[in-house]
Design a protein around this ligand. Structure first.
Ligand code: GLU
Length: 272
């Protein structure tokens, strides 16, 4: 039997929710309703340096303001709470170990400066990690723990990673050209986005991931993690990005692009 539709809202408290997030969440909620399924809320709070309590509070306020609801989560005083990535470190560590054991990871000692000088992919600012920078395969064997090193996933050079997106249709990217070996764990002992998000979408049995179109290439990277772990990936539905009136990406840290703030301003103006 096909599993019931399970979607997710996965905001990061590293800034305010702008209109792009609201649109993505609306699509996620609509998809869950159409399919008679459920949504979970997952707070992606692994990057302690960039996350702030103030942003997290604002996220709850805004979800409420725009009427978003979710139907599963840990019990917090009779309500469904969010799942929190910061509470799930053990699971990420386990998967890091499995991936390392399978020979998919390597430690990377390139500096931030090196990375700035690394070649970029055809999609713009994407760094494509040069194959010559990979250490010898045995390098990973010297480590039992992820902490203290940056870790990357060794992509199969020349492989075309393909999937059929629910909105965009066929999408594919060439490993080694469109994207290269990508980070899965950071030196300061934090899993990278690609690893944490795959582990959680799998563990939470998410059947469809609704996310912004800026993550299409990320989805290809993530498919390689699913494959390496022998996990079946969910379906994907990428929503177009919303650009500001100046044609630029909206900034999460700019309070003026906070969707709830803009909505309130518009309402106020039309009431006067
Ligand atoms: N926390 C990520 C973000 O806010 C989620 C992206 C995703 O849907 O995987 O960009």
């Amino acid at each position: 039997m096909r599993e019931k539709y399970r979607g997710r809202l996965a905001p990061s408290p590293t800034g305010y929710l702008h209109i792009g997030h609201i649109r993505t969440f609306e699509v996620a909620m609509k998809r869950a309703r159409e399919e008679n399924g459920i949504l979970v809320l997952r707070i992606e709070d692994l990057d302690r340096e960039r996350c702030r309590d103030e942003y997290e509070r604002a996220i709850y306020e805004d979800l409420k303001y725009f009427g978003f609801v979710w139907q599963e989560g840990p019990d917090v005083g009779g309500e469904f709470g969010p799942y929190r990535q910061s509470e799930r470190m053990e699971l990420y560590r386990k998967v890091w170990r499995e991936l390392k054991k399978g020979g998919f990871l390597f430690p990377c000692w390139r500096s931030r400066r090196d990375m700035e000088e690394a070649p970029r992919g055809p999609h713009g600012n994407e760094v494509v990690y040069p194959v010559e920078w990979r250490p010898a395969e045995e390098a990973a064997l010297f480590y039992d723990e992820a902490a203290g090193m940056n870790w990357r996933f060794r992509v199969p050079i020349g492989r075309r990673v393909e999937f059929v997106d629910g909105r965009v249709g066929n999408y594919s990217a060439l490993a080694g050209k469109d994207f290269g070996d990508f980070p899965v764990w950071r030196k300061d002992d934090v899993p990278a986005y690609e690893l944490a998000v795959v582990v959680d979408d799998w563990a939470m049995r998410i059947t469809e991931v609704v996310r912004g179109e800026d993550l299409l290439l990320s989805t290809c990277r993530q498919l390689l993690i699913y494959e390496a772990m022998g996990w079946e990936p969910p379906a994907f539905y990428h929503v177009p990005l919303v650009l500001g009136t100046d044609g630029r990406k909206l900034s999460k840290r700019d309070g003026a692009s906070r969707a709830a703030y803009q909505a309130r301003m518009i309402l106020e103006k039309s009431e006067n």
